[in-house]
Ligand binder design. Structure first.
Ligand SMILES: Cc1ncc(COP(=O)(O)O)c(C=O)c1O
Length: 332
């Protein structure tokens, strides 16, 4: 089976497993795991922030990150198909007590005029005040769409004018970086706090990080423990992350090439393929998925009229060519 359902399906490579086996470890709740410390320091530096915190999932990293800038009874503005709004099962409301209002952008795009129109200043007991704007780059349900740096900077400028913070969901920020050549630190500079994942295209079996100021990370460390996420000898997991940073960032370009190859075969407009995710619009999504499976290619339906394909570390050039052949024939 050629599995294009998600880039979370990657399995650790033999070299990654070796790095994990060799990792020096300690009790991370005591702050004594040197490999975790090394990963946190490295990721913070990559994005030009003071500190970072390892978390088991991107969802937890997002909850911890957003709660450093938005409190109970306050709101964050985000796109309507943002992962924090659609796919974290209400965690931000349940744990933080915040509310969300959303704009809807083409392929998850940021819409600054819509944000400006929604913005609610603090008016005491009358309205929920806007405390933060959340942006997602690349945008998962937007089909791996990249947010242009100029737009991100314009949102930063607006947030500064209004005195509110920015959260960046950078689960796939690495893909945006490789596709555009924009430095990770330039993406980091537009955010007060961010979440990044090692377990998507980078191929680690687990792991994400909150990235931000020392104060935000100190607070997140307490909340991670409170939520049951204080972990012990997790240097073996951090080692997978460090290995991924060393070996799996630049190669994301291959995933992007494979995505375009498959998209072209399926007759998808290449202007909608920025990175490693392809969305095929099909009236018969369920049937397409079933036929593809029968021909050895796993793809995922996203609603009744769209199918999502994601390229990743475990998809070779030969796999991509075979998938293009199978899916192209189904698209003809
Ligand atoms: C954009 C985005 N943010 C956050 C997450 C959450 O990551 P996790 O599945 O590790 O909780 C995902 C997962 O796919 C994602 O696509």
């Amino acid at each position: 089976m050629i599995d294009l359902r998600s880039d979370t399906l990657t399995r650790p490579t033999p070299a990654m497993r070796e790095a994990m086996a060799r990792a020096e470890v300690g009790d991370d709740v005591y702050g004594e795991d040197p490999t975790v410390r090394a990963l946190e320091e490295r990721v913070a530096a990559l994005f030009g922030h003071e500190a970072a915190l390892f978390t088991p999932t991107g969802s937890m990293a997002n909850v911890l990150a957003v709660r450093t800038i938005v409190g109970p009874g306050q709101e964050v503005l985000c796109e309507s198909s943002a992962h924090i709004a659609r796919a974290e099962l209400g965690a931000h409301g349940a744990y933080t007590g915040l509310t969300m209002r959303t704009w809807t952008g083409e392929r998850g795009a940021i819409d600054l005029p819509a944000i400006q129109a929604m913005f609610a200043p603090d008016m005491g007991p009358f309205f929920v005040p806007t405390k933060a704007i959340s942006v997602e780059n690349t945008h998962n349900f937007g089909g791996g769409a990249i947010q242009p740096l100029a737009t991100l900077r314009a949102v930063r400028e607006y947030a500064d004018q209004q005195g509110v913070a920015i959260h960046l969901d950078g689960a796939r920020i690495w893909n945006a970086h490789v596709a555009t050549g924009v430095a990770l630190a330039d993406y980091g500079a537009i955010a007060d706090v961010m979440a990044v994942c090692l377990s998507k295209g980078l191929g680690a079996p687990v792991g994400s990080l909150v990235v931000g100021s020392q104060a935000a990370i100190d607070e997140s460390r307490i909340w991670r423990k409170r939520m049951g996420g204080g972990m012990r000898q997790i240097g073996i997991l951090a080692a997978a992350g460090l290995h991924a940073l060393d070996h799996h960032i630049d190669r994301l370009a291959e995933d992007h090439t494979h995505a375009r190859l498959i998209a072209e075969a399926c007759g998808v407009d290449l202007a909608t393929v920025d990175t490693n995710i392809v969305v095929v619009q099909r009236g018969d999504a369920a049937e397409f998925v079933a036929k593809a499976k029968a021909d050895g290619v796993l793809v995922a339906p996203v609603g009744p009229t769209a199918v999502r394909l994601v390229t990743h570390l475990d998809i070779t050039r030969a796999d991509a060519e075979r998938a293009a052949e199978v899916l192209g024939a189904l698209s003809a």
